[in-house]
Design a protein around this ligand. Structure first.
Ligand SMILES: *Cc1c(COP(=O)(O)O)cnc(C)c1O
Length: 378
């Protein structure tokens, strides 16, 4: 079988090993150390955020954010429906109820109009939501100007899920820095990776210090082990942070490479009228973590996204449908949903193409060839 073309695989820059070796040589093989501090500094410098806590995952970052906002069992948290389950699962960890909101057409992210409608309705029903979780899907920024305005108007803090959007920005302001908290992920398939890991960023030093405290079992200041609140084991290892420091040196290059993938696909598939691409609104800059397409079934072809999915998998090319919205997931079937189901439509018609920064031009040509083939037969 020919070599597999992956959706998004790790892409080391070269100096990761140097940082990891340093950790071994100095015996900093622990969930603290110079790489953890260095990686947090790198993240602040790159994003412009005041403070950062390196954690074991993006999921744990969302969990800690909810805890620090004082979310209690029975509280309601608003979350974009069109996302990966990790955006919503921590809502269940704290015993709260997710309230899902539909996407809008320009960015495929949470619709500000529906968000406002949702907040008004929840307040009318007797409960003001405790937080809003917008997501920048596949790297495309959500409409943060409007979302932030709504957050300020109703005094509901934002936990900004920027797990897929490190390097994306709106008019130069980096994603992750619009909310009270920003969440980053360094899982194996993200734009940069620490093999597994995440970070919570914020301009509140107090909250980032509290996140570090909670993430290391909430040990009070005493010689013995004294605990007055429940803690977690969520800190990032100094080994993983070493990989992260190396990856930060090539982050902008990785963004450039992924954006070039998008440009290539868009140009090469322009002649296929049934395939459309998500474009950046004015001032929006996407890291193009994954290139996504929508396939509309035309008048004279009845090729749909399933056909393309199977055609690519038959050639050992990994691709996948867009995220299945949370309000359609069995596990969240009882959660309220606001919208008309635009995100259902995205799920039905959308596909993520191989988008790694390490794809060769031959790989990309091959993907395009096998996407086009069924259309050209007609
Ligand atoms: C990857 C991802 C997360 C979770 O990050 P982990 O580090 O895998 O826990 C959260 N939200 C979205 C949208 C993601 O894609």
């Amino acid at each position: 079988m020919n070599n597999k073309i992956w959706l998004s695989s790790p892409h080391m820059g070269g100096s990761e090993k140097k940082f990891v070796d340093e950790a071994f040589d100095t015996n900093w093989v622990a969930p603290l150390g110079p790489n953890v501090d260095g990686f947090e500094n790198d993240l602040c410098k790159f994003t412009g955020s005041g403070y950062a806590a390196a954690l074991s995952s993006g999921t744990s970052a969302i969990h800690l954010a909810l805890i620090m906002l004082g979310v209690q069992p029975g509280d309601e948290i608003i979350c974009q429906s069109m996302t990966f389950a990790a955006s919503a699962n921590p809502i269940a960890y704290v015993g709260a109820t997710p309230i899902f909101v539909d996407s809008e057409k320009d960015t495929w992210n949470i619709c500000p109009d529906l968000l406002r409608e949702c907040i008004k309705d929840r307040i009318k029903k007797g409960k003001k939501p405790k937080a809003i979780i917008p997501v920048h899907l596949y790297g495309m920024p959500a409409k943060m100007d409007e979302i932030v305005a709504i957050s300020l108007e109703y005094e509901i803090p934002i936990i900004e899920d920027a797990a897929e959007a490190l390097g994306s920005n709106i008019n130069g302001k980096m994603m992750g820095t619009f909310g009270f908290f920003g969440v980053l992920s360094f899982n194996g398939n993200k734009i940069i990776t620490t093999s597994g890991g995440g970070a919570l960023i914020s301009d509140s030093n107090e909250h980032i210090c509290e996140a570090r405290f909670l993430a290391t079992q909430a040990r009070d200041n005493a010689n013995h082990y004294e605990h007055s609140v429940i803690g977690y084991n969520y800190r990032m290892s100094n080994i993983c942070a070493g990989i992260g420091r190396g990856q930060m040196e090539v982050l902008q290059t990785r963004v450039d490479q992924r954006r070039a993938n998008y440009d290539f696909y868009r140009e090469s598939l322009a002649e296929i009228g049934e395939i459309s691409f998500l474009q950046e609104p004015n001032g929006y800059y996407s890291n193009r973590w994954l290139t996504t397409i929508r396939v509309s079934t035309g008048e004279d072809t009845n090729i749909d996204k399933e056909d393309i999915y199977h055609a690519l998998h038959a050639e050992n090319i990994e691709c996948r449908p867009l995220w299945k919205p949370m309000h359609l997931q069995p596990v969240f079937k009882n959660a309220p949903f606001y919208g008309s189901g635009f995100c259902d439509e995205l799920f039905k018609t959308g596909l993520c193409l191989p988008s790694g920064s390490n794809l060769s031009s031959e790989d990309l040509e091959k993907v395009v060839h096998f996407i086009k083939a069924p259309f050209l037969k007609h």
